[in-house]
Design a binder for this molecule. Structure first.
Ligand code: IPE
Ligand code: IPE
Ligand code: MG
Length: 236
C-alpha cells in the first residue's frame, strides 16, 4: 500500500470533529459520533495494511462527561454496540484491543464487554488498537502517583529509588511504546489532555478534515509528512 520507508511504529489520533460533521448536516451530535466510530473501523484496516504496529485513539475524555446527558448516553450506547461488533469480529480479525483510561467509571456490563474484548484478543498478532475511554492524561498520572504512594506505604517501593521507569510502569498503556506520530483531526491545535507523558517526543500533525471524513488519502498525507521529519530527541 505504501512505499514509505519511514513508517511510524505507533500512531495516536485525537478523533475530533464528529459534532461539527453532524451539525453541518443538521443531524444530532450522536450521528457524528456514529459516523466517527464507523470511520475508525475503516481507518484501522488501512493502518494495519501500512505496517503500523500500534494505534491509540482518543474516544472519550475525562472532560467529555460535562457534555449534555443525551450526548453522553449516546456515546455509551455507541460503545456497547461497537464493542459487541468488535467481539463478534474477533473470530475472523487479527486485531488486538486494549483500553486506557479509568474503566471503573463505566456501568458493569460495559466493563464486562471491555474485559471480554481484552481477553478474546490478547494473543492476536495484527494491529494493536488501544481505545482511550474516560481517559485524561492528568488523571492517568494521578492514578500512577497513587499506585506509587501505595507501594511506598506497603514497603514494596523505596521512595529514594523512584525514577522515570517506576512511574512509567504504572501508566495505563505500559508497555506499549510511545506514539511516534500524533494526528489531530478537526482543525484544533491542542492536546486536550491526551497522553501528556507519552507524547513528549511525538511528531504532531494537525488536519482540518473532520474525523468522519478523514480517509485513507488523508492518512497517507499524514504519513508522507511524517516521513520527512527529522527526529532528534534533544540530540544534535
Ligand atoms: C470528538 O468529536 C469525539 C468526542 C469528543 C467524543 P466532537 O464531538 O468533539 O466534535 P466537535 O469538536 O464538536 O466537532
Ligand atoms: C478531545 O476532543 C477528546 C476526544 C476526541 C475524545 P474535545 O472536542 O473534547 O476537545 P476540546 O474540548 O476541543 O479541547
Ligand atoms: Mg471536539
Amino acid at each position: 500500500m505504501s512505499d514509505l520507508v519511514n513508517i511510524p511504529q505507533h500512531i495516536a489520533i485525537v478523533m475530533d470533529g464528529n459534532g461539527r460533521w453532524a451539525s453541518k448536516r443538521l443531524l444530532p451530535h450522536n450521528a457524528g459520533h456514529r459516523a466517527g466510530a464507523q470511520n475508525l473501523r475503516t481507518l484501522s484496516e488501512a493502518v494495519e495494511k501500512l505496517g503500523v504496529a500500534h494505534l491509540t485513539v482518543y474516544a472519550l475524555s475525562t472532560e467529555n462527561w460535562s457534555r449534555p446527558e443525551k450526548e453522553v448516553q449516546g456515546l455509551i450506547k455507541l460503545m456497547h454496540e461497537y464493542f459487541q461488533q468488535y467481539i463478534d469480529d474477533s473470530k475472523k480479525n487479527n486485531m488486538r484491543m486494549s483500553f486506557i483510561g479509568d474503566i471503573s467509571r463505566f456501568e458493569p456490563d460495559l466493563q464486562q464487554k471491555i474485559e471480554t474484548l481484552r481477553t478474546l484478543t490478547r494473543n492476536k498478532t495484527g494491529l494493536h488498537v488501544t481505545l482511550a475511554i474516560n481517559y485524561g492524561g492528568r488523571d492517568e498520572l494521578v492514578r500512577a502517583a497513587r499506585k506509587l504512594a501505595q507501594d511506598a506505604a506497603n514497603g514494596t517501593v523505596d521512595p529514594a529509588h523512584i525514577n522515570e521507569e517506576a512511574l512509567v510502569r504504572r501508566l495505563d498503556g505500559f508497555p506499549t511504546p510511545y506514539p511516534d506520530l500524533l494526528i489531530r483531526t478537526g482543525g484544533e491545535k491542542r492536546i486536550s489532555n491526551f497522553l501528556l507523558w507519552q507524547l513528549a517526543y511525538a511528531e504532531m500533525y494537525f488536519s482540518d478534515v473532520l474525523f468522519p471524513d478523514f480517509g485513507v488519502k488523508d492518512l497517507q498525507a499524514a504519513l508522507d509528512w511524517y516521513g520527512g521529519r527529522s527526529r532528534r530527541f534533544g540530540g544534535r
